[in-house]
Write a protein that binds this ligand. Structure first.
Ligand SMILES: CC(C)(COP(=O)(O)OP(=O)(O)OC[C@H]1O[C@@H](n2cnc3c(N)ncnc32)[C@H](O)[C@@H]1OP(=O)(O)O)[C@@H](O)C(=O)NCCC(=O)NCCS
Length: 265
């Protein structure tokens, strides 16, 4: 698949199952060269509360700085805005340079953390059970800003060996889902009432994964960052969550410890 060659060229983690998400729930766009080879991609993922995601913006090295990403972005923006949605995305530093002139504004700072594998901390979390699912969807909708059950069902199926929850006072205090990727297991979303619960969830998942692991945490959670460092996680790259033409983002960043991934939100 040509699109996976672009993912590998950029060193990204998405798999064929991730492209399937965009093909089934959103739209994928591609640019080909004169020989019909795929040289650039972008994708949209609509969410049901007035915003939609743009991601998978990839341009092969020899084709960069010719305006291809800008044109793909404009195409994605038209697709979402035509359906009444505010475009939102998580930008790499290079992507941010393309998106700012198009009207995207800086929102939350996010850091990608990588864990190579190693000693596993104990955890008070427990495996996710079917009975937990309605409360998981409610908690996620509060944190992310809308109901995204169709997406979360897929992540749940792809993380059955480490998906987990924590309880607080007899109610759901947080949950963690994730997915296998091309080169590492991605943890996220991690939604929790507090940072200690987010750490418990991460510890539970790491104890069930050989590594490497990726986790994209909001920088505002300083205690979680300290915990990740203490477990041997290292900072890999920054992202910026950006929305088109607005400073305020969707959802509740106090509860959103780690995003599902920059391509999903
Ligand atoms: C980031 C990326 C998509 C840009 O694609 P592109 O087709 O080269 O972008 P464009 O030609 O539309 O760039 C438009 C403008 O954005 C800015 N820009 C683009 N890439 C930049 C970079 N690496 N550093 C600084 N500014 C950059 C420039 O102002 C550029 O205008 P100019 O060429 O006239 O100076 C491409 O470099 C890429 O695939 N990188 C790896 C994956 C990635 O980070 N994707 C973004 C995910 S959010």
């Amino acid at each position: 698949m040509g699109a996976q060659a672009l993912v590998a060229e950029a060193g990204w983690n998405q798999s064929a199952a991730d492209w399937r998400i965009f093909l089934d729930l959103g739209r994928a766009f591609a640019v080909k060269d004169a020989q019909g080879r795929l040289v650039a991609t972008a994708a949209t993922l609509p969410y049901p509360s007035g915003f939609g995601w743009i991601s998978m913006v990839l341009v092969s090295g020899p084709f960069r700085r010719r305006g291809i990403a800008t044109r793909l972005l404009e195409r994605c923006m038209r697709a979402l805005q035509g359906d009444g949605m505010v475009p939102v995305l998580d930008a790499t530093p290079a992507g941010r340079e393309v998106y700012r002139p198009l009207g995207f504004r800086d929102g939350w700072a996010i850091t990608r953390w990588r864990w190579p594998g190693g000693s596993r901390p104990g955890s008070a979390a427990r495996p996710l059970q079917q009975d937990d699912w309605p409360a998981v969807l409610r908690l996620d909708a509060q944190a992310f800003g809308c109901d995204r059950a169709a997406l979360l069902e897929r992540l749940r199926a792809r993380s059955s060996h480490f998906a987990c929850v924590v309880e607080k006072g007899g109610a759901l205090g947080g949950f963690l889902l994730g997915r296998e990727g091309r080169v590492a297991t991605q943890l996220g979303p991690i939604v929790a009432e507090d940072e200690a619960a987010a750490a418990e969830l991460s510890g539970f998942a790491c104890a069930r994964i050989a590594g490497p692991v990726l986790l994209d945490a909001l920088d505002r959670h300083a205690d979680l960052a300290r915990w990740l460092e203490a477990q041997g996680f290292a900072r890999e790259r920054p992202y910026t969550r950006m929305a088109l033409g607005r400073d305020e983002l969707f959802g509740d960043p106090r509860r959103l410890a780690a995003i599902a991934g920059p391509e999903l939100g």
